[in-house]
Write a protein that binds this ligand. Sequence first.
Ligand code: FAD
Ligand code: SF4
Length: 505
Amino acid sequence: LKTLRLILGDQLNHQHSWFKEYQEHITYVFMEMRQETDYVVHHIQKILGFFKAMRNFAEYIEERDHQVIYFKINDKGNKQELQKNLENLISEKDFEKFEYQLPDEYRLDEQLKKICKEIDIKTEAYDTEHFFTTRDELEKFYSGKKQMVMEYFYREMRRKHDILMMNAKDPEGGKWNFDKSNRKKWKGDPEIPHERGFRKDLTNLLKEIEQAEIKTMGEVQAKSFNWPTSREDSLSVLNYFCKNLLVHFGDYQDALHTDQAYLFHSRLSFALNTKMISPREVIDSVIGYYYDHKDEIDISQVEGFVRQILGWREYMRGIYWKEMPGYKRSNRLRNQNDLPDFYWDAKTKMNCMHHSIKNSLENAYAHHIQRLMITGNYALLTETHPDHVDQWYLGIYIDAIEWVEITNTRGMSQFADGGIVATKPYVSSGSYINKMSNYCGNCHYKVSKKTGEDSCPFNSLYWNFLDSNRENFEGNQRMNMMLSLLDKKDSREMDEIRERAKKII
Ligand code: FAD
Ligand code: SF4
């Protein structure tokens, strides 16, 4: 049957079985569409990165003789919507079958199911052959269990896929978890080797995006675009990480610094989420490198990294498919505020917020602790509606695709799911930020002060949050210590804290 196969922008899997051999009756289609550029305001680097990676991938399979149809954003025949483009193609070119890979987003999953019902040719959906787990694996794993805790799922994944195991039962290094040793502050040493970057010239593509008048946010140096947009690039980021950064990854995983946007983080998320590289090969390379350099690299660095990909990444995917579509409406703490304007321009006197937002606007990137404990923390403490928080995170980061963005934002960071992802809210006062960063030294505010005009906003906001949400956390054992510290505060101090917090909010 003459077949049309759809490839979405985050399905650039070079190793997919679809591409093993050339088949004359098959045509692949790629579409740059307003449907995808406009559902939220994206960072300009995100749109550039996706389009460039799609174009590179289309070229790659075309060079291997596959037949390709590619809709560029300004092409005349491009109807800018998936269904319209597909229907036109099917009738113009007499396709007899339509095939697609299962999307990772609920929105596209629903849309494709609807399209398949409405077109009167045969259809078939395939696995993306990317993840360790199937969509429903997490749900099955926890069925009948009272609470979902990532740790148990992660251990099961280690056993099942024989990753960092001494034998069928025992973890390499004698422990499953080395998190406790992964909490150092970075003070300029050890040196972070400079990354060479790709410095690709994407000025022409930028012009096309501008011509299409797509609304974007953030900044770009289009003459020296630095994100990986091909398989080759992605492998080089992975290699770079193994050789230069893995050795200290775990130690400085939670560190924050004004001069270092990336510290020892891998920057692999975009390559992973577009599937240019697979989680299996990332983990295999990292562990392979560790086995060859055991005298230099400690197990704790490697375990910390594997946990992110085999644990958190797969866990978030499972939660997404288990909880959608209701998850998107969750707002357990009933927060209603808007995000402050400075999330869009970094103009704030809070040094930690200024740096984390500035990094995000300049690079379409912030590392995990900036996302969780700075911008996410502040949004939660100031009672921001999770819809607004989601829109910001979904737009600003190059790696943001709903399945992994919403579970991290609404779940882990905003506690809007009431504790499905995180067993307690990730909130802190300024003292945690001061412990992990050099932000506070040069800040307009005083991290040691809880009240008064020059006190660190995180301090009053933190105690106010515990105070005003108390009934949501009573009975949660992990909150006991925080609540008992709250109880020890005298009532006059609490009044001042509430007043200061109210003013900030
Ligand atoms: P590294 O620190 O080098 O980690 C290696 C890899 O582990 C990452 O590339 C990523 O694939 C995976 N990983 C690490 N932490 C997580 C996590 N919590 N969930 C899933 N995978 C993880 N990640 C995204 O990929 N897309 C998002 O849209 C996204 N939004 C987030 C929003 C918030 C509020 C928070 C707190 C976290 C979010 N994360 C998201 C998770 C994490 O922050 C990023 O994956 C990470 O910062 C990407 O940088 P890196 O590749 O240098 O990661
Ligand atoms: Fe952030 Fe408070 Fe430290 Fe300033 S003093 S950098 S606002 S934590």
